[in-house]
Design a protein around this ligand. Sequence first.
Ligand SMILES: Cc1cc2nc3c(=O)[nH]c(=O)nc-3n(C[C@H](O)[C@H](O)[C@H](O)COP(=O)(O)OP(=O)(O)OC[C@H]3O[C@@H](n4cnc5c(N)ncnc54)[C@H](O)[C@@H]3O)c2cc1C
Length: 471
Amino acid sequence: MLNLTGLALTPGAQRSWWLREALDQEDSQPRPPLTADAKADVVIVGGGFTGLWTAYFLTERDPDLGVVVLEQDICGGGPSGRNGGFASGWWDELHGLITLYGPHDAVKACRAISSSINALGEFCERHDIDAWYRRGGYMYAITAGAHEKLCEDMVKLAREVGAADELVELSAAEVKARCASPAFRGGAFMRDGASVQPARLIRGLRRILLQRGVVIHEGTRVTGLDGSNAVTPGGTVRASHAVLAINAWGVGWPQLNRRLVAWSSYIVLTAPAPERIKDIGWTGGELISDFRTSLRYFRTTRDGRIAFGGGGGRARRTVDAMFTSDMRAVEETADGFRLMFPSFADVPIEDAWGGPIDVSPTHLPTFGRLEPGNLYYAAGYTGNGVAPAHLAGQAIADLITGADTDTVRLPMVNARPRPFPPEPFRSWGAAVVRRAMIAKETAEERGREPGFLVSQLARTPRRMGYLLGPD
Ligand SMILES: Cc1cc2nc3c(=O)[nH]c(=O)nc-3n(C[C@H](O)[C@H](O)[C@H](O)COP(=O)(O)OP(=O)(O)OC[C@H]3O[C@@H](n4cnc5c(N)ncnc54)[C@H](O)[C@@H]3O)c2cc1C
């Protein structure tokens, strides 16, 4: 029986715990909505990491550029202020990266993400932003026999591209020494991994942009683009360049909808229990996840809590209330937590929240220019956007300012992956396949053979040429 002691909430009827904690430290009001026509060099739709890093790098490149950010909520109200706070490397994505871009460019992309992880820490130091940045690395934990080969292959691939130091195999004892969960059988350690309090990071970034003179309108929903002009109910921002930094909301935009499927992910947060965390030896600040496609991911916080995400969630055609108020997904997430950490059975879960993830056909994001030429975007983070959005912001700023940098030559810049099928097949298919993947992985974890139909359905995306789900 699920124990949600102390959990008195309606998910989504409130900000994430991260964002409430961050807003409590601030002495700042929401920026007023746009109420009249305006002009800018660059208008950015979306005030998450992608939008704000783009604004940051634009002002680094040219402090005189007029930059306007339009956000329907407040900056960080979306996934950037409600994610797990994993800033993690891409060495675990080598298989997909090599398939798409070849080994040389795959390694270049991984190294670029590594630089972004470091840069997040440097940014916080430079601007005095206490975003709880901690470089504890990332541990993968095997929780089902079916994952042993996945782990072996992942480590082998890193070795083959000359990056043996980046990803190393861990024995069951080594995994338990870092975090003693009875569910863990062995695993791997990726040194590229830092945890952040994501809402403190995004709100700190917002503060720096306001100091630099970037104009931010919150509570301002963009209803469409007319070329590179952004149309809102209160007025139009006429700009030479526009950036779509709208993450999973892209499913509702013709420019992006064939590139994305929106899936939900939920996080539960325990009460502080630092002694219990010490008892299981999890004192190194490691980010941890399992190997499921319906990934479970967890980390500790500075005040001794565990934030535990994933394991449930659904796919949908539009970003609606299901992404923030799905109590069943909260319960599935809490079930996962209880399974991994039975010794925390009496530790209350104090909070829970969810958000949309923009799943791409390749499990990897792309960023760049969209036709007709002065419209830019980044999308498809597939639940890993904290570090990549920093890189995307640089790439978009470089493209807009015409800077000839290594970043604009990265393979995911202006890449065009095979699109998803059109609606209604895309969202129906995604919903069915996601449930099948979860059923398959749950059966494997419990030592049962998944049913034939479930296994076949879970494998459908790979058979259709997408880099998603089990082989
Ligand atoms: C529960 C959860 C856990 C996650 N955990 C991790 C993690 O641990 N590590 C990791 O790397 N990634 C994680 N992610 C993914 C990560 O949060 C995203 O990839 C990242 O925040 C993307 O940043 P973004 O700026 O592109 O999107 P967002 O933060 O979603 O920002 C987009 C913004 O656009 C705004 N917007 C949308 N439409 C409009 C419009 N028409 N007009 C105006 N504004 C609009 C939205 O309100 C939103 O604020 C997680 C996501 C979720 C939901």
